[in-house]
Design a protein around this ligand. Structure first.
Ligand SMILES: Cc1ncc(COP(=O)(O)O)c(C=O)c1O
Length: 354
C-alpha cells in the first residue's frame, strides 16, 4: 500500500466544539482504482480534489454507490469501528446491483483501517460525536454512451461529526408524502446508490421549506404502505410492540442501525414485528392513543425521535413531542456500545490499536 502523508494538517481549521455534520474533512483519503487488469493497490494520500473530465460517465448516468459508517473514540482513548463487516457486505451488495466489480475484502479492509489509524487525531471523543466515514465508488470512463463503466475509483474520506440533525436528540418533524415516489419494487431501494438520493431531493427540499426535517416515503405504487425516511429507517412503538417495515419488498435500505436495534430489542425480549405497515394503521394507532413512539434509525442519526408526523394536512404529535423511553434506552445502549461503555456482546466492534 502506498502512503503519502500530508505536509500540513487541516486539524487547526476545525472547530471541534461545533462540528455539525459533514462540514470538515480529515487529512487523508483512500483511493483504489479499478482498471482492465482489476483492482489496483490501495493508496492513502492527502485529502485532495480529484480530476474528472466533463465526459466522466458518473456525472451523466450516476453509476455511483457509497457507504456511511462511523469510528468512535472512547473515554479509554481506544478507537472503535462499528460493524465494519456489515458495511463491507452492503458495499458489495450495492456493487453487484450497480454492476460494479467487487472490491477485494482483505486489501480494502486493511487500507480502510490504516486510514482511520492515520487520522485517529480527528476522532472526537465526546458522547454524540464520532468520525463519519464515507466510502464511495464511481465509474471513471469518459464517454457519453450509456453503458456500465469499464473503470472505477473507490475513495474513502472521513469527517469528524456531531449530531446529524440540528435538533440533536430532540424530536424532529416529518412530512409524509403522498405526492412523490422515490423507489418502486424492483428498483434501487435496497441499494445505497446515489440515484435514490437524487430521486428524493425535490420532495425533501419542499418539506424543508415547510419546516420539516425529512420526508417519510410511502410505497412508490399506491402511497399506502410505509417505506422509510430519506436518510433513516423508521420504527413505531404501537401498544408496546416495536414495528418496522420488513425488507421483503426490497424498497428500503437494509439499515445496519435498524438491524442493531432489532437484535438488541429481541435480546431484551421486547415484542418486535418486521412486516408491511399500512400508513392507515399508524393513523388508527394514533387515534386509539397507542402510537407510543416513532423514531428513525441510521448511522448518521443513530436514533432520532420523531415528534410530529404531518400527513394530508393533519399533524400527529407523538409522545407530546418528547423523546420516548424506548428510543432513549436504545440510543443510550447503541452509543454505549460504540464508545466502549457497554459490553459488545454482539461482536460489532473492531478496535484499532495504537
Ligand atoms: C435511505 C436510507 N435508509 C436508511 C439508512 C440507515 O442505514 P444505516 O443504519 O445502515 O446507516 C440510511 C443511511 O445510511 C439511508 O440513507
Amino acid at each position: 500500500m502506498k502512503i503519502e502523508k500530508t505536509k500540513e494538517t487541516r486539524k487547526n481549521s476545525i472547530d471541534f466544539s461545533n462540528l455539525g455534520f459533514g462540514k470538515y474533512f480529515s487529512d487523508h483519503m483512500l483511493i483504489m482504482d479499478y482498471k482492465k487488469s482489476g483492482w489496483e493497490e490501495a493508496k492513502i494520500l492527502p485529502y485532495q480534489p480529484i480530476n474528472l473530465e466533463p465526459a466522466n460517465i458518473t456525472l451523466h448516468y450516476g453509476q455511483c454507490i457509497f457507504e456511511g459508517q462511523k469510528a468512535f473514540k472512547g473515554s479509554d482513548g481506544k478507537v472503535r469501528l462499528f460493524r465494519l463487516d456489515s458495511h463491507y457486505k452492503r458495499l458489495i451488495n450495492s456493487s453487484k446491483r450497480m454492476f460494479i466489480p467487487e472490491t477485494p475484502e482483505e486489501p480494502y479492509k486493511e487500507a480502510f483501517i490504516k486510514l482511520i489509524d492515520i487520522d485517529r487525531d480527528f476522532i472526537p471523543s465526546e458522547l454524540g460525536t464520532s468520525l463519519y466515514i464515507r466510502p464511495l465508488i464511481i465509474g471513471m470512463d469518459n464517454t457519453l454512451g450509456l453503458k456500465v463503466s469499464d473503470t472505477y475509483r473507490l475513495m474513502v474520506i472521513t469527517s469528524p461529526v456531531s449530531s446529524y440533525y440540528e435538533e440533536g436528540l430532540n424530536p424532529i418533524r416529518i412530512e409524509v408524502t403522498t405526492e412523490y415516489s422515490r423507489v418502486v419494487k424492483g428498483g434501487l431501494g435496497n441499494v445505497k446508490a446515489a440515484a435514490n438520493y437524487a430521486a428524493s431531493l425535490y420532495a425533501t427540499q419542499m418539506a424543508k421549506i415547510r419546516g420539516f426535517s425529512q420526508v417519510l416515503w410511502l410505497d412508490g405504487k399506491e402511497h399506502k404502505y410505509v417505506d422509510e425516511v430519506g436518510t433513516m429507517n423508521i420504527m413505531f412503538v404501537i401498544d408496546g410492540t416495536l414495528v418496522t417495515p420488513s425488507l421483503e419488498d426490497g424498497t428500503i435500505l437494509p439499515g445496519i442501525t435498524r438491524d442493531s436495534v432489532l437484535k438488541i430489542a429481541r435480546d431484551w425480549g421486547w415484542p418486535v414485528e418486521e412486516r408491511r405497515i399500512a400508513f392507515n394503521e399508524v393513523i388508527d394507532a394514533y387515534k386509539r392513543g397507542v402510537l407510543e413512539e416513532v423514531f428513525g434509525t441510521g448511522t448518521a442519526a443513530v436514533i432520532s425521535p420523531v415528534g410530529e408526523l404531518y400527513y394530508n394536512g393533519e399533524s400527529m404529535i407523538v409522545n407530546e413531542g418528547k423523546i420516548g423511553e424506548k428510543s432513549q434506552k436504545l440510543y443510550d445502549t447503541i452509543t454505549g456500545i460504540q464508545h466502549g461503555k457497554i459490553e459488545d456482546k454482539f461482536g460489532w466492534i473492531t478496535i484499532i490499536d495504537d
